[in-house]
Ligand binder design. Sequence first.
Ligand code: ADP
Length: 877
Amino acid sequence: MDSRPAKNASLPGMSAPTPMMVQYLALKAKAGDCLLFYRMGDFFELFFDDARAAAATLDIALTSRGEHDGKPIPMCGVPVHSAEDYLARLIKAGHRVAIAEQTESPEQAKLRGGSKALVARDIVRFVTAGTLTEDSLLDSWASNMLVALAPVGDMIGVAAADISTGHFELAAVSPGALEAELARLAASEIVVPDGFADMPDAIVRPRADFDSVAGEAALKEHFAVANLDAIGALTRSELAAAGGLIAYLAHAGQGKMPFLKLPVRREVHEHLLIDQATRDSLEINAASKGGRAGSLLAEVDRTITGGGARQLAADLAAPLMDKHRIEERLALVQWFHDAPLLRDAVRSALRQLPDIARALGRVVAGRGSPRDLGQIRDGLDGARALRERLGAMAERPALLDDLLPTLDGHGAMVDLFQRALVASPPTETGQGGYIAEGYDAALDSLRLAGRDGRQAIAQLEARYRNATGVSALKIRHNGVLGYFVEVPAKNGDALMAAGSGFTHRQTMAGAVRFNSPELHEEALRITQAGGHALAAETAHLEELIGEAMARRDAIAASADALARIDVAAALAERAAEGGWCRPSFADHPCLEIEGGRHPVVESALAKAGDRFIANDCALAPERRLWLVSGPNMGGKSTFLRQNALTVLLAQAGSYVPATSARLGLVDRLFSRVGASDNLARGRSTFMVEMVETAAILAQATERSFVILDEVGRGTSTYDGLAIAWAVVEGIHEANRCRCLFATHYHELTRLADSLDALSLHHVRAKEYKGDLVLMHEVADGPADRSYGIAVAKLAGLPPPVIARAQTVLEKLEKGRAETGGLAAGLGDLPLFSAALDAAEAKVDALREKLTGLDIDALSPRQALDLLYELKRAAGED
Ligand code: ADP
């Protein structure tokens, strides 16, 4: 979508657009590539390309209205009262929407510019995926992150906010770490400065918004502080990103700022780094077929509150690197784990609590309703009760002691809201009725006057029936006429008579409507009382919102504490359900797991009545690489992944699906699956597989954990084996990380002769009465053979094909025996370290040349010559 109509409007020689079109086109120019919702009475209307796009997405009728440049103007519209639903669908489909409201009433417009004056309109808000606060537009269990990126020098500032809860964080990352950081944040919307390296879906904003000096000023202004010491020392890139984010929020809210808590500064190395490919492969927050079902998160999640679900997702997305913090979380999980009755009680208490964080987000963004205040009241009241209950327990874990005080302290506000608001306040304010009886005596008497008036009208109705003898006479009310007397058409004449006391107002198909002086007077009393009552309620609402605003940080802290308690109790629940254990941590890079299981596969099997076979894993510096072979479908991938998931869960502060687990903290986690395994997704090619493998070889450290599943499978046998061979050697010699490598290349087992920290393992299988039985058991030593044909038989290949394959295999195996097979001649391969040294030596010669160089002293010609020379040197051998 673009603003083409605006361009057309200024073309010479075209017929002059109507004043409304002029106004529309000006607003559309302001809306840029957002769809423009143009308010007309009870509808938001869309025109031109916007109308076409919206009609297609929303499946609503495309009509037209008037003409522009001699052509009909395409139009569609949505009713204001149900606009939220339509907005949700447009945003989900990837659109952004600018809302243009009427900024004056038709009466005001007439006073201003005469009877033909056009009502003034302006854009009051941009609705975008990253700036939502409405419940109906958000998933309660997922965060909604808006991210701004700002490159400064060789770092990229990352500012991330979830304005529905006020969460706000800043980090500075190197370009190489950006991908993993963005993968962790899973942003709904990314904002970048004009000219930022290609990021196709990002929203591009003016460079000036991403200025570090302006960013610092914006932070100080937003938080009304003289300095930013409370956040910590921010780098220029972080300030610039914060500036870009705040500027975008100000733009989206058209000056009205949403809720932002004081930002938390994150160091990238605080977290276990996991890139996007690994997240996808391990199906951490979403399953490979898309959606949450089947993911680790869905499998683990037993949280009760929306806040808890969001916190758990964030915890799993960013496991910790700080042993102390992990142990603190685990201690709280264990506390709940060991006390099932208490856990149940806490979980039932949480079940009653509304989503305070989101309610607060709406209140601060200026979109708060009485219902939001009611939720804050009930949530905080529940928090207070929870604090009393937990505070009474002996021997509380340290983390709980930190959390408890933040659950309380809102007593005065909660009491006020309890007195001021009705039990279940409405979302709509138009009808009033949300301020409780007894809170304001003046309001009560206005309401009483209204009630008296309605009673008087009921009496009037009875009196008129008697007087006129028309028993079907009714006094009714509607939005256009107000109160009126209505009789069936056949009785109309009686009331029409002069001197009847009634004046005719309207004749309908079956009824006639009248007014009377008494009715008029009573109606006036009711409307006046109602108007005053509504004004009084509005004033009270504003006061109450002011109270909540003033306490926003403390309320948000309570919401965070509740979420943390929910997560701990939920993890305890999950652990108890599955018989999981508390992991422990060692100082050296080991991974010792006994009785380990894959939580997702285990549940899937359990549903089908099958049992999961638990397996052990034992990696240590001197035995850090396991080569796992065995038949397809034997359980290799499952084994690899369960160990990676166990690391992730442990560092997120969760119990793990094993009988015992001890590990040295992992700094980066990698998971790669060979190309052919992934082809079903239509995404993976051999190239992608190699790019991803390259990333591991470049980034894995001695503290990393890597699982590689059938790498080298996406190409021909010889290529594949050669690549797999070299990758295993590279990981063993250069990266020296913990690694599980699954392969069907039997030949790789010969690496055990030359690589001392590599050991051989296999998933067991046996043939029983001619059929293959997969044991799903990981055992020491190499697999005796690959069982490919047996698996094919299991899969139902027709017997003649199986028999033929058997014959071919026998021939091939005979050939192998005679020639030494695929790996013949690899015996005298030079050591991998020699290859490392050669590469190193060449790079060093280049480096030496470059270090001694004074670039400023070179003429352009000399620089060019030098480039040629360097290129030659690099290609020398
Ligand atoms: P491979 O990688 O060796 O081809 P997978 O790990 O994909 O095998 O496992 C194939 C199937 O075997 C899984 O979908 C699962 O149903 C089953 N399986 C794997 N591991 C186990 C286990 N430890 N216990 C029981 N069943 C298992």
